[in-house]
Design a protein around this ligand. Structure first.
Ligand code: ADP
Length: 479
């Protein structure tokens, strides 16, 4: 911020009356007259007249000086002991990341801190506010403040170049100057874009969640009406409808479970997990627990896991949830009688963790959905889940971890998922400072990869010795 205000203050501060000088001058004048009278140069009558004239002149001068000065309390700027405080205040304004401006008569920008200069792209000369900020309501509020009217808060939004929401605080400030224009307007522009976006996301999320719950609920209530009315005595229809109702309640339960899980993950997303988890053991557990689901669809699940445990830093339940979501999807989106292949690797560098040696197809597309910043020292435990289902078109890959996203055509089936599984995976992986990637080819299937950081000490030891567990095939039964 420029120091214009300080300059004004210096120029505007009137001189104090020098009373001592005036008294000394008057006394000296009268002493000279007295000497002239004693030495006979001046007659006593002339002496009295001249003394009176002298004293009145001195008095008038004294009075003038006193009345042109302002009282002490209203002139803090005249106190010489304060410049360091003013300097500090200005430095603080310079450092504040919120844009702050001082607008003078005619809407001219008199001062602007760096944040305001950057936001409004101001040159060295501030210029007129109206040329940098085309917001009529803000300009009106500034004009009112320049007339000394009450301060106001104005909210406005811009769509270009990027969408932003700003709350403008306008306050009148009266400067301690004589003259017709003592008012200035202080303008503070607070950026509220991120809080508005969060608000909208929350609203969208609620709308989506309610919509997802309303569909099975509507279907349930329809079947209840049918069973109480037309199908009351139709045994066959009743069994069929009860089956569908069970599916719908299952769907609602899954949705509520996923919503709760997502909210739990979000709550501790910024807290690094501290436990140590064996990724190989977790993968085996998940394969076992999903065995019945795979059998029901006649899907063969095979696993290639290392001979030794794959230790990573993590929260066991959350790591279990990640692996479970991926394997469940692979089974769900495979054709009946299909194959799902699972593999794990230990102690991988980032590049090897993210990019498997082979591709699933010549035209497959790969995308990193979440990943930690690159650090050459990091080592990871890795799980890959590969299916031979319909695959996913490359244009959908970036949206896979969006909440409630489902690829077109997979939304209406009765067993359709919640669209929350991969969002949960991404949140958990991000909390673990790990990575999550997908590779897919329509018609050729999909491969999801998750890599999670190994405990630092182990990673160092492994790097020093160059040890890495060698994968050995494990049959589904063994896994
Ligand atoms: P859902 O509960 O719907 O499975 P997810 O978040 O797990 O939710 O997955 C989001 C969407 O991504 C799914 O609805 C599906 O369209 C697609 N998808 C996920 N995994 C696969 C896969 N292995 N093969 C094909 N499509 C998949």
């Amino acid at each position: 911020m420029t120091n214009g205000q300080n300059k004004d203050r210096v120029r505007l501060a009137p001189d104090r009356p020098r009373r001592r000088d005036i008294v000394i001058t008057a006394a000296l004048g009268m002493a000279v007259l007295f000497v002239l009278m004693v030495t006979g140069v001046l007659a006593p009558g002339a002496y009295i007249g001249a003394s009176l004239a002298f004293a009145s002149l001195a008095f008038v001068y004294f009075l003038t000086a006193v009345t042109t000065a302002q009282p002490r309390g209203r002139m803090p700027v005249a106190e010489p002991a304060r410049p360091s405080e003013d300097g500090l205040a200005l430095t603080m304004l310079e450092k504040v990341s919120v844009p702050i401006l001082l607008i003078g008569p005619g809407g001219r920008i008199e001062q602007a801190n760096p944040a305001a200069r950057a936001l409004l792209a101001l040159g060295a000369e501030g210029g007129l506010l109206s040329t940098s900020l085309r917001q009529p309501r803000v300009l009106e509020a500034v004009s009112a403040a320049l007339r000394g009217e009450r301060g106001t808060v104005v909210e406005y939004a811009t769509l270009a170049p990027i969408e932003s929401h700003v709350r403008a605080y306008v306050e009148p400030i009266r400067l301690p100057v004589a003259g017709p224009m003592p008012w200035r307007a202080m303008l503070v522009l607070a950026d509220e874009t991120s809080s508005k976006r969060a608000e909208r996301m929350r609203a969208d999320f609620l709308a989506n969640a309610s919509h997802e719950l309303r569909t099975p609920l509507a279907s349930l209530s329809g079947f209840i009406d049918t069973l109480r009315g037309p199908a009351r005595d139709d045994e066959e229809a009743r069994d069929r409808f009860l089956g569908i109702m069970r599916e719908q309640t299952e769907r609602m339960r899954r949705l509520i479970d996923d919503l709760l899980s997502l909210s739990r993950v979000e709550m501790n997303e910024h807290q690094l997990p501290v436990g140590t988890v064996d990724l190989r053991a977790v993968t085996r557990d998940v394969i076992d627990s999903l065995g019945p689901m795979a059998q029901a669809r006649n899907i063969t699940v095979s696993a290639t896991l290392p001979e030794t445990p794959v230790e990573i830093t993590g929260d066991r339940d959350q790591v279990h949830e990640v692996v479970e979501n991926l394997i469940e999807n692979a089974i769900k989106y495979s054709p009946e009688g299909g194959q799902v292949e699972i593999s794990a690797d230990d102690d991988c560098a980032r590049d090897r963790a993210e990019h498997p040696a082979d591709r699933i197809g010549e035209n497959s597309a790969r995308l990193l959905l979440a990943g930690p910043p690159f650090d050459p020292r990091s080592r990871f435990g890795v799980v890959r889940v590969r299916d031979h289902g319909a695959g996913i078109d490359r244009r959908y890959l970036p949206r896979l971890s969006e909440r409630f996203f489902r690829v077109d055509g997979q939304k209406s089936s009765p067993t359709a998922g919640t669209g929350l599984g991969l969002a949960i995976v991404k949140h958990i992986v991000t909390r673990h400072r790990g990575g999550f990637s997908v590779e897919s080819e329509p018609g050729g299937g999909t491969r999801f990869t998750v890599f999670l950081p190994k405990p630092a000490a182990r990673a160092e030891t492994a790097t020093e010795t160059g040890a890495a567990a060698s994968p050995a095939p494990v049959s589904p039964g063994q896994a």
